[in-house]
Design a protein around this ligand. Sequence first.
Ligand SMILES: Cc1cc2nc3c(=O)[nH]c(=O)nc-3n(C[C@H](O)[C@H](O)[C@H](O)COP(=O)(O)OP(=O)(O)OC[C@H]3O[C@@H](n4cnc5c(N)ncnc54)[C@H](O)[C@@H]3O)c2cc1C
Ligand SMILES: *[C@@H]1O[C@H](CO)[C@@H](O)[C@H](O)[C@H]1NC(C)=O
Ligand SMILES: *[C@@H]1O[C@H](CO)[C@@H](O)[C@H](O)[C@H]1NC(C)=O
Ligand SMILES: *[C@@H]1O[C@H](CO)[C@@H](O)[C@H](O)[C@H]1NC(C)=O
Ligand SMILES: *[C@@H]1O[C@H](CO)[C@@H](O)[C@H](O)[C@H]1NC(C)=O
Length: 527
Amino acid sequence: MDKLHVISLLLLISASVTTSQPVTDPIAFLRCLDRQPADTASPNSAVAFIPTNSTFTAVLRRRIPNLRFDKPTTPKPISVVAAATWTHIQAALGCARELSLQVRIRSGGHDFEGLSYISTVPFFVLDMFSFKSVDVNLTERTASVDSGATIGELYYRIAQKSNVLGFPAGLSSTLGVGGHFSGGGYGNMMRKYGLSVDNVVGSGIVDSNGNIFTDRVSMGEDRFWAIRGGGAASFGVVLGYKIQLVPVPAKVTVFKVRKTTREGAVDLIMKWQSFAHSTDRNLFVRLTLTLVNGTKPGEKMVLATFTGMYLGGSDKLLSLMNRGFPELKLKKTDCTEMRWIDSVLYWADYPIGTPSSVLLNATVDKKLFMKRKSDYVKRPISRAGLGLILKKLVEVEKVEMNWNPYGGRMGEIPSSRTPFPHRAGNLFNIEYLIDWSEAGENVERKYLALANEMYRFMTPYVSSNPREAYLNYRDLDIGSSISSTYQEGKIYGVKYFKNNFERLVDVKTTIDAENFWKNEQSIPVRR
Ligand SMILES: Cc1cc2nc3c(=O)[nH]c(=O)nc-3n(C[C@H](O)[C@H](O)[C@H](O)COP(=O)(O)OP(=O)(O)OC[C@H]3O[C@@H](n4cnc5c(N)ncnc54)[C@H](O)[C@@H]3O)c2cc1C
Ligand SMILES: *[C@@H]1O[C@H](CO)[C@@H](O)[C@H](O)[C@H]1NC(C)=O
Ligand SMILES: *[C@@H]1O[C@H](CO)[C@@H](O)[C@H](O)[C@H]1NC(C)=O
Ligand SMILES: *[C@@H]1O[C@H](CO)[C@@H](O)[C@H](O)[C@H]1NC(C)=O
Ligand SMILES: *[C@@H]1O[C@H](CO)[C@@H](O)[C@H](O)[C@H]1NC(C)=O
């Protein structure tokens, strides 16, 4: 080898070493942004917040609803890029590559494990907050909605144009469209219309090289399939979705009926298990299990809350309930008829009469420490089993549950149509909730252990091989990737996606073989 060759070889080695070593200096990041192609009106660095900017912390925190990831010890990004144009996104991705930084894409920030704004390696946040337009087309009955819009904004914009159109998505108005749709998206119209992703007809996405695909055809069917439930963070930056709106009646009916175990809740829950998934698909009755004080001091008991959403008037609902679930003794006075948009507020726990414009406020009003887990139930739980579960809930005290009935449209959609596989054969989904407001590592350890204890206790009653889970109820306990191997990915992958996991890996391997888009639960590349 002659001298020149040696030098060029050394240069090559040192170049590859320096590029694989992340550059963590925020100023270097700003300089990098300004070396990338830019729009004259808007320099790239002008939208990048770095720790020395006075507003950095506020911008980082504005979409961290979970106090568990809002501590001084939480890993911080070197920058939050509040992109306002596609050029800003391309520049940010260029610098991720050039400086070997990981990208965390954030829309609404509601990820239950904070994956949209936390990483253990040097990273920055690509914040989609500014992309929030919602265009409703009444002729087509469609809407184009940007990733940074909240579903509350989406619902509000639809209702401004029509009181007989709606969209099936989540029940909390501050969820971001970007993350919510890319993981499935369910709400109280699921039994009639399926998930949000079942009503997505188009999308736009940016790949790791900054190429922009503005529609379904240009991005390709595989990529379009993957981002409808497979978690878009494994595939690129979703700019937005085109959605098919669905008809809703001018008046819907909501109700809430509460019964404690002392008031016969056990019989009602037994009946609910056969009724809720098989009834008219215009009806969705969520069962919530919480604790209340008993009559003796210190005594606790389970309260079952049945929250109903009926796509129709109260008379029809009452006759339906009297035939199918007379034990609940639903009365006319329990029912409230309202516009669909007001039912959105009702389900999000706003007092009746609250103006719908609060849906435009993306600020989370009450931040808490939160942990969630999920399960699927395929066989009715026996009375004896239910008794044990209710007893256990009293014992672990802090853990609550939502039981969300499936059936109807959910049972008709083939499980491979989108990556979301939990379709026919599921009676209901369980969401385990534990929220607390006291800070401290010991308190946190205690509550996380209680959630795990309840989850372990439920093993005999829920799906197994795999024990299925819902991606949007992100839970790192079910498996997490450290070295991005297929074997690691498969552990959580089959729980979230069942047989669709292999196709997701194929799509990933085709469009992101270098594994640019990775996180603790991303889709692995096949090697
Ligand atoms: C209070 C609360 C209530 C909830 N209620 C429901 C409910 O009723 N129904 C339901 O189905 N779920 C519900 N969820 C779960 C919710 O659907 C998920 O947390 C969802 O991921 C939130 O989306 P986001 O944009 O707010 O989250 P983010 O934290 O911003 O993102 C979540 C994930 O998606 C990725 N991502 C975000 N934007 C993009 C993008 N533009 N391109 C590519 N990847 C992106 C992120 O990197 C991250 O991996 C609830 C969550 C909370 C906290
Ligand atoms: C943050 O500060 C740097 C200078 O240190 C500046 O270039 C950048 O534009 C600031 N970011 C914002 C969003 O103001
Ligand atoms: C709505 O869609 C129709 C049919 O595709 C189209 O002709 C029309 O221009 C659209 N309207 C708006 C306001 O975009
Ligand atoms: C339940 O009892 C506890 C004391 O055991 C008390 O602190 C709490 O306020 C009670 N809650 C309600 C809703 O009455
Ligand atoms: C938005 O909601 C937050 C939390 O409830 C509140 O503090 C804030 O004032 C609201 N902003 C507007 C513009 O209404």
